[in-house]
Design a protein around this ligand. Structure first.
Ligand code: HEM
Length: 466
């Protein structure tokens, strides 16, 4: 089948289901790395009757994402995505709509980054609440994911809704649960089956029957926030909804404008979904690694004490004076590999990559994990090793295979926000606490739960005040 079409090589597909059976109905990064070992750095797999071209290894991934950034800047509109977003928002929209919405949010983020009480200040505030949550446990065993997730979601809430929520707020708790369900669904085999056979799946019970209810909950939550902003309009816009409402009225006579309420709802949803599970899961991994590698934890704490002292406010700028801590943060992002294969792309015009003609409309996966674990670029790719980001003198050095946020036209829109949050939350936590396993627990489970967001298994730790 593939040779006839001139596609890159790959495993032979079965009729109707293609290669989904051998992939266990998931695009798991490890399975795709193994297939690359057999078929090369560009290969084809079949999701049902749709060919998907996979790029593997730092060189091929960079070639696709960076050298052919424009050509592969589309997003496939899968049946699930179509039903959920109606082509609106940023993360899965295309063409003029995507460009206009993305540019608008980029400008908004830049404004928030430079305000006196902007993003960094919000993160510092939320970090203090997080420290209080941990302190209140007084060293008793706790699952760190709940307070971490609450803090991360509250940073986004301040950014988009203009206010934070208490841990007891039922509607906000439900929003977090719904977001988690929708994000996770796309990475499950139910998500793959729904996209491959929507006509069949509509008739079969399973989690895909619940996902649209959760999606509706998120949209309704955002709509309620919009109504409350419309009632209490302020002179000076303070959050994303305020800025967006102002934009709708500025562009109401422009026929090329895509600014309307349905786009606003999906943009806010995209920002909320894009930021909550990603940053929380990365920090959840970070705490686990600190428990697993106490000598690394101690080294970070020593550097923080020496450079910052015990009480002053921590700024993102401080990372430049904390090379070891900065290396640890990069390494936990690399090793956790939270974004797995990244988000699928679609070719928007015929192009040739590494000698293969790739037609307009072809779906592409640039397997980000294959760059983060590429043995040609990392000394010990399968070990947690902060030295990956340090030179012999202990200075921080970056690595071109470090692509957790992807790259090119569709690079993560929240990269700057995520980096700032990871740095400020992590350094505040490690300066205030030493993390240890609860008494009697001797083993750390480092296996991951695969999904759109790769997570650790639930675990408990004790946070001892320093
Ligand atoms: C550790 C944290 C994060 C990681 C590792 C991460 C990673 C990614 C990756 C791999 C993509 C796919 C890019 C591509 O298509 O090649 C992406 C897209 C995106 N991310 Fe993030 N992300 C993180 C945090 C955030 C945050 C905080 C936001 C909120 C502003 C966000 C919003 C988005 C959006 C809107 C897109 C879609 C961009 C587009 O299609 O134009 N992400 N992210």
């Amino acid at each position: 089948q593939w040779t006839n079409r001139g596609l890159p090589p790959g495993p032979s597909p079965l009729p109707i289901i293609g290669n989904l059976w051998m992939l266990n109905f998931q695009f798991h990064h490890e399975t795709l790395i193994q297939l690359a070992n057999k078929y090369g750095s560009i290969f084809t797999i079949w999701a049902g009757e749709t060919p998907v071209i996979v790029f593997s290894g730092c060189k091929a991934v960079r070639d696709a994402l960076i050298s052919h950034s424009q050509e592969i800047s589309g997003r496939p509109t899968t049946p699930f995505v179509k039903e959920f977003t109606q082509g609106k928002g940023i993360a899965v929209s295309n063409g003029h709509n995507w460009r206009q919405q993305r540019y608008f949010v980029q400008m908004f983020m830049r404004k928030m980054a430079t305000r006196t009480k902007g993003l960094e200040w919000q993160i510092q505030e939320e970090a203090q609440h997080l420290l209080e949550d941990f302190t209140s446990q007084r060293g008793r065993p706790l699952d760190p994911s709940t307070p971490i997730r609450h803090a991360v979601c509250n940073v986004t809430a301040c950014l988009v809704f203009g206010h934070r929520f208490s841990g007891e707020d039922g509607a906000f708790q439900q929003l977090k649960r719904a977001t988690n369900f929708v994000v996770a669904f796309n990475g499950t085999h139910w998500g793959r089956l729904y996209d491959a056979f929507p006509w069949l799946m509509c008739r079969i019970p399973g989690p895909h029957q619940k996902v649209f209810g959760h999606a509706e909950y998120i949209h309704n939550f955002v709509k309620r926030e919009i109504r409350s902003h419309q009632k209490n309009l302020t002179e000076e816009p303070k959050d994303l909804i305020d800025f967006y409402l102002a934009r709708i009225s500025e562009t109401k006579d422009d026929p090329s404008s895509t600014f309307d309420e349905s786009n606003m709802i999906q943009v806010v949803t995209d920002i909320f979904m894009g930021s909550s599970d990603t940053i929380s899961a990365t920090l959840h991994w970070a705490v686990l690694y600190m428990v697993a590698y106490p000598s690394i934890q101690e080294k970070v704490q020593k550097e923080l004490d020496n450079v910052l002292g015990r009480s002053r406010i921590i700024y993102f700028e401080d990372r430049k004076r904390l090379p070891y801590t900065n290396a640890v943060i990069h390494e936990f992002q690399r090793f956790a590999n939270m974004a797995s294969v990244g988000l699928a792309r679609q070719c928007i015009r015929d192009t040739s990559i590494q000698g293969f003609l790739i037609n307009k409309g072809t779906i592409i996966i640039a397997n980000l994990s294959s760059a983060l674990y590429d043995p040609e670029h990392w000394e010990t790719p399968r070990q947690f090793n902060p030295n990956h980001f340090l030179d012999e003198e202990g200075n921080f050095v970056n690595n071109k295979a470090f692509l957790p946020f992807s790259a090119g036209h569709r690079v993560c829109l929240g990269e700057q926000q995520a980096r700032t949050e990871l740095f400020i939350f992590f350094t505040n936590l490690l300066r205030a606490f030493t993390f240890q396993l609860p008494e009697g627990v001797t083993e750390v489970n480092m296996d991951s739960i695969y999904g759109t967001v790769v997570q650790p298994h639930p675990y408990e730790i004790c946070a001892f005040s320093r």
